[in-house]
Design a binder for this molecule. Structure first.
Ligand code: ADP
Length: 485
């Protein structure tokens, strides 16, 4: 597939290992296809652990030198990377849409809003402050310094092929760490394009490598290689759980951003139109394929019928199609596995008494397109209420009062995002405090930005990305006891 890029050199089908662009030594490749029609876009290297080890060795070799630069120097390089991403945003968006399927405007939004994480952490690099603490003895001083954890391994998913990288690489490099990244096999081209720009910005050779290949052996290498100090992962809870076990052998630092099962609650005092708007964004953005997507929509009895009617009308207005076509709001799902999960959730709900209000089946467009779907009559026992659907299915669950809905919302092992719409101030405080999740959107369906701490509680993960807290996962605290003063 030929892409109409302003700068064709951004489309690279080689891995970036230890500062060199390489193919697999044995010539093995992985096909990258367009989810719109399955057409081949590129073949990228299928690298074995020995090449990954080379990237890790180099990252280890250059880490001390990178950390020894002044914060201002690291900051300036990161700012240049940020500026280059902005200058090439159209090309990055086109590459992203072609390998992932989301509408071009959404892809560009992802590129721009996540470049902001690099800018933010470029600034934070200069604010990695230590502490001087009153001592326990008069002849001592307690000094606290913050130092980079060392070499970081990053594993990123396909749903935000660009943004999941900048929010990891930004803070890592700012802190003085180096990084070896393994992007998702479905979407490596966005990662390579970012690496081209990192190289142009002056990120030293080997400080940021991008490797592609079979996930399990690369994951094992990351978990067991003694030169890796930290693993930062975004993806499914199952893989996160596995990484945590494997990495436990050598007590690696971990940041895990895992699955969610976000409740989206509409109370009877909500601005109903705003709630519908928020639900549309939270549920149908990226065709429902985000970890913070509304998964369960709880609506208070008295406003439920009106809410469903308004939501169904909006859903009718969604336009499925190729992400690069004008006016398209919904791309294809990433692959057949995603469609099958959606079908299972719809079938399970129907079998247990759920009703379809909109959609419910594969789209006539074929491939992995699925009709945006709204269902009513949903109950807590159905799969849609228990598991992350990760697809455009809006299941409506009715509730009577606050205590009931909070119990239902918290009845899950996940705890990433939750949302609710209400106007009563005491209710807003009560519910925000009671929801068991790392993030709560009140009267909004969209909450991620570089200034805020993104992350989950319970089995949705460990650590935070973004904000002043986001750099802490890449730093160790060292206490120096100065004695004999
Ligand atoms: P999804 O089901 O949404 O693709 P995954 O958790 O499988 O979510 O994928 C997220 C990232 O984790 C991808 O980069 C994928 O290649 C990687 N991954 C999958 N399995 C493993 C594994 N066993 N070890 C390390 N990384 C893995």
């Amino acid at each position: 597939r030929i892409l109409d890029l302003k700068d064709p050199s951004l489309l690279v089908a080689q891995a970036y290992v230890a500062g060199e662009w390489i193919s697999a030594p044995d010539g093995k490749t992985i096909a990258v296809t367009d989810p719109f029609d399955g057409a081949l876009i590129a073949e990228v290297p299928d690298l074995g652990p020995e090449v990954v080890r080379r990237a890790i060795d180099k990252a280890h070799e250059v880490q001390k030198e990178w950390a020894a630069r002044t914060a201002k120097e690291r900051s300036q390089i990161l700012k240049r990377w940020h500026d280059l991403i902005l200058a090439n945003a159209d090309d990055l968006a086109l590459i992203l849409t072609t390998e992932q399927g989301k509408p071009l405007a959404e892809a560009k939004g992802e590129v721009l809003s996540n470049a902001a994480y690099i800018e933010w952490f470029a600034e934070e690099a200069k604010r990695i402050n230590g502490d001087i603490i009153p001592p326990a003895r008069g002849d001592q001083r307690i000094v606290v310094m913050k130092q980079p954890v060392g070499v970081c391994a990053a594993i990123t998913p396909w749903n935000f092929p660009n943004g999941m990288i900048t929010r990891k690489a930004g803070p890592a490099l700012a802190a003085g760490c180096t990084m070896v990244l393994k992007p998702a096999a479905q979407t490596p081209l966005s990662a390579f394009a970012l690496a081209v720009l990192a190289e142009r910005a002056g990120v030293p050779k080997g400080a940021f490598s991008v490797v592609t290949g079979d996930a399990a052996p690369i994951g094992k290498e990351f978990c067991h290689n003694p030169k890796i100090a930290k693993i930062t992962f975004t993806g499914s809870t199952n893989v996160g759980r596995w990484l945590m076990k494997e990495a436990g052998d050598s007590i690696k630092r971990l940041s895990l951003e895992l699955g969610g099962n976000a409740p989206f609650i509409v109370f009877d005092d909500a601005d109903l139109d705003a709630a519908v708007e928020g639900a549309m964004i939270s549920k149908f953005r990226n065709a429902g394929q985000t970890c913070v997507c509304a998964n369960r929509i709880y609506v208070q009895d008295t406003v439920a019928d009106a809410f469903v009617e308004k939501l169904a009308a909006k859903v009718e207005g969604l336009k499925l199609g190729r992400g690069t076509d004008a006016g398209v709001t919904q791309g294809p799902l990433i692959d057949d596995r995603a469609v099958i999960k959606m079908e299972e959730h719809v079938a399970d709900a129907l079998a247990k008494g759920g009703k379809l209000v909109a959609g419910g089946k594969r789209s006539g467009l074929g491939g992995t397109f699925f009709e945006p779907t709204v269902m009513t009559g949903i109950t807590q026992g159905m799969k849609v209420a228990k598991e992350e659907t990760f697809a455009p299915l809006a299941p409506i669950i009715r509730f009577k009062d606050e205590a009931e809905v909070i119990a239902m919302a918290n009845d899950t092992e996940f705890g990433l995002a939750s949302y609710f719409y209400a106007r009563d101030m005491s209710r807003v405080w009560r519910v925000a405090e009671a929801l068991e999740s790392g993030m709560v959107g009140v009267n909004t369906g969209l909450l991620a930005n570089e200034m805020a701490p993104f992350g989950g509680v319970k089995q949705s993960g460990l650590g935070r990305e973004g904000s002043k807290y986001g750099i802490e996962g890449f730093l160790e605290i060292k206490y120096v006891c100065l004695s004999g003063i």
